[in-house]
Design a protein around this ligand. Structure first.
Ligand code: ADP
Length: 250
């Protein structure tokens, strides 16, 4: 792990040159995995994440089946080579917690009542982690669900807000996340303004918290635009391929 920096903000700029409310670059690619029903590759700052969706499909083990709805399962996994020091492979407390809260966020947008007795499985692999991997993963997962054609009440768009040197900053970088005063990942459904996930590590005053929520909403709106643009451009290309050769692109 790097050293704690003496100062996080110098002359109004953060360690990587960003202003307080700047996000790192974000890039979405839809339909990257051909064997999955839906998939999405995301670069979210230095995070590189692949999300794959399978389903609706039969539930195994069968006793998990729900008669009136589909079950939504979410597995967040960080590759052992995704961080500076090798991470021990397999689930740990952190990944189990992230999977649980992310699954709950996704369950609230997926129209699971349309697929009784089935399962919708979402796998997220963090190939490179750089602070904010849980929000990057949720952004990827919701695009992958859309790519799989799973009906949803809206996409999930997520970003973290934090506090360093007593200032609120959007989309924490690695040092800001590891050594800052607060880290607040938030996932939002921008179409209705619902908050689907909000976690807080550290401390903020009430006024800071309210401002941080505002910052997360603005960031989520920007992420949402990029998610929609990526889906549109992918499906426009697929349509063009279909009309050219008369068969489905894929
Ligand atoms: P998030 O990635 O959602 O911000 P955390 O705040 O728990 O989640 O982690 C912040 C960052 O710390 C991660 O993105 C990753 O770069 C690093 N990190 C997390 N877990 C480990 C680990 N087991 N080993 C090394 N680095 C880790």
């Amino acid at each position: 792990m790097g050293e704690k920096p003496e100062k996080f903000i110098v002359d109004g700029r953060r360690l990587d040159g960003r202003k307080m409310d700047d996000m790192r670059p974000v890039k979405f690619e839809v339909g990257t995995l051909k064997r999955a029903d839906g998939s999405c590759y995301v670069e979210f700052g230095g995070n590189i994440v692949m999300a794959a969706v399978y389903g609706p499909r039969e539930v195994h083990p069968r006793h998990l089946q729900e008669p009136m709805r589909a079950i939504v399962r979410y597995r967040y996994n960080m590759a052992s080579f995704s961080v500076e020091d090798r991470k021990r492979p397999g689930p740990d407390r952190r990944s189990v917690e992230i999977s649980k809260v992310s699954q709950e966020a996704l369950e609230s947008v997926v129209m699971s009542e349309q697929y009784p007795k089935s399962a919708i499985d979402i796998f997220v692999e963090v190939i490179q982690a750089d602070a904010g991997s849980r929000v990057a993963s949720l952004n990827a997962a919701s695009v992958a669900l859309a790519d799989a054609g799973i009906p949803m009440r809206g996409l999930i768009s997520a970003c973290a807000v934090g506090k360093v040197d007593n200032m609120l900053v959007l989309d924490l970088g690695k040092e800001e996340d590891n050594y800052g005063q607060a880290d607040m990942p938030m996932a939002i459904k921008p179409t209705t303004g619902e908050i689907l996930l909000l976690q807080m590590d550290g401390k903020m005053t009430r006024a800071e918290f309210e401002k941080a929520v505002d910052m997360a909403f603005k960031a989520a709106a920007g992420v949402h635009e990029k998610q929609i643009a990526a889906l549109k451009s992918y499906y426009e290309n697929v349509e063009a391929e279909v009309s050219e050769d008369g068969s489905a692109g894929n």
